[in-house]
Write a protein that binds this ligand. Sequence first.
Ligand SMILES: [Zn+2]
Length: 305
Amino acid sequence: MELSVVFTLLTFVGLSTAASWGYEDNGASKWADTYSTCGQNSQSPINIETFDATLQASLGNMTLTGYDTPVALTIKNNGHTAQVDVTGNQYISNGGLSEQYKLAQFHFHWGSDDTKGSEHQLNSNAYPMEVHFVHYKNSLGSLGNSVSVKDGLAVLGFMFEISDSDNANYADLISKLANITAYNTSNLVSLTNTALMNFIPSNPTNFFRYSGSLTTPSCNEVVVWTVFTETIKISQTQMATFRTLMSSETDANNQQYNIKDNFRPVQPLHSRTVYSNFYSSSATAAYITVYTGLLSLILSTILSY
Ligand SMILES: [Zn+2]
């Protein structure tokens, strides 16, 4: 009987944890029912219409400090994603940031296939995966102190694109995914000492900037978002390995789901402005398309007379 009570309690605890939020039965459309902030007006992710972004050259370039120093890393399956915790001294500054922000962790959002997976979209295009480097305001001292303060967090987002060959810089991290397929937050696996610059594009320069939120409950609107245009390359085989991780969520038969489509759909921009630190070539391309279209229309009109 005691065992049965314990089992019932464990089941209850397990279910209540699994039911809190997720990407399956308790998916993003239901988050605001429990976490009211998720229904507010400055939410993330968003679709970035590059044509509409406001050029703000004064943003300048972002400075990444310590990203070139090899650092001890651990990776874990937290039931929603693969998260790499960082305990070194990596900072970002400049690029329009009011002060230095310190890196705490990075994690990934991916799709059930290569046609989707990223949280942010560029001109309504999704990418197969997006990585988020989560930094907190250094003067606030910790991630916990920063998650309820406006502009307390600065997150860098990078998109992945499929390439024919493996990305060697990701080989160790992806090989360690096999050790964390089970959802178990305490299952920390060490990665080889690696400089974090190996996990980002070689020279990230061009970015979009807007004010938004955490993309998971409780959706706090405290994030200075920086979404870069330079992408990270990954093979289809490497991409598929992420989909082997098991979720904390279970279906009606108490079977665990795989972690897949762990991205929140894009949220309305409302009155926010998206800035860019560069003159968007996509905007130029769009102008050329419109201009060429008009030109051919005029020509065909003239020729028809
Ligand atoms: Zn994220």
